[in-house]
Ligand binder design. Structure first.
Ligand SMILES: [Zn+2]
Ligand SMILES: [Zn+2]
Length: 279
């Protein structure tokens, strides 16, 4: 008898086992990683206003505008509800400032302002929330409307955006020396921005935040061209694609016009859409 074929078969089986080839008893798993189709980050944290750190980006029945994913997830809670977007923030900025109390890890020494010139109050003093509800796909109104005192938008950092006035009949110029390097200071309520906030937008096309009429505000440059837009309306707005919109849509920019020689005002114009209250 010739044992040779048997020996070959034994070798073949051994090789198959060593190499762990398929068909040697192993099961072939096909795609055991099922990817969730909805990006839902929800914690059911329903504590007090002082610590509103719940994060929820619910795609719901529609698709939340992707720009909202730029908002700080610790400070800002964004929920799509039908055609509306509800943005809630604790009002605190996610960056350094001399307006944080000295015990806070985000506190830094003043640079463009000074302790003597700073407005009273610390960022830490604000305990509460701001809520804004806007259309997920806003459209321009038939007429423009003036912005008012107080919050006119919510920035990606978590703090709120003010216009170019400091108070009733008080121009921003009178308070400009109290502004920190982000063009912000504390006010009658919370820390708020009046000027280009260089911690998150410094002569670029970064997203600044959402204005109360639902349109987004970007830095001085537009992502569609990589440079300063030249077709802006009186509110600093125009219609083009952005880094968050493949289809052209209306949005605002910080206008590239110097204020007090070295600053840029965030939003001095009128709303082009229908503004909702920020409470
Ligand atoms: Zn102010
Ligand atoms: Zn643009």
């Amino acid at each position: 008898m010739n044992p040779y074929p048997l020996r070959l078969l034994t070798i073949a089986i051994s090789c198959a086992l060593l190499l762990n080839l398929p068909g040697c008893g192993g099961t072939e798993d096909t795609d055991t990683v099922s990817s969730s189709s909805t990006d839902t980050v929800t914690d059911t944290d329903t504590d007090t206003d002082s610590d509103s750190d719940s994060d929820s980006e619910d795609l719901g029945s529609g698709i939340l505008h992707t720009a909202y994913y730029e908002f700080d997830q610790d400070n800002v809670n964004v929920v799509l509800s039908g055609t509306k977007v509800v943005i809630e923030t604790n009002g605190l900025p996610n960056h350094t400032s001399p307006y944080w109390s000295s015990s806070n890890e985000l506190h830094v020494e003043p640079t463009v302002t000074s302790y003597a010139k700073m407005a009273p109050g610390y960022i830490d003093d604000f305990v509460g929330t701001y809520t804004l509800t806007v259309d997920n796909s806003p459209s321009k109104a038939s007429t423009t409307s003036a912005t008012g005192l107080g919050a006119i938008g919510i920035a990606v950092s978590g703090s709120v955006i003010y216009n170019d006035e400091e108070g009733p009949g008080v121009p921003l110029d009178d308070a400009a020396t109290s502004l920190d390097f982000n063009g912000a200071h504390t006010g009658p309520q919370s820390y708020h921005y009046h000027l280009e906030p260089i911690s998150f937008s410094d002569d670029d096309s970064n997203l600044i935040g959402v204005i109360a009429d639902g349109f987004f505000l970007y830095g001085r440059k537009c992502n569609s061209t990589g440079t300063y837009p030249t077709d802006l309306d009186e509110s600093g707005g125009h219609t083009s694609i952005t880094q968050f919109a493949q289809d052209a849509e209306y949005h605002y920019h910080i206008q590239n016009e110097l204020y007090l020689g070295s600053y840029y005002i965030l939003f001095p114009g009128n709303y082009q859409g229908s503004a909702s209250a920020i409470r």
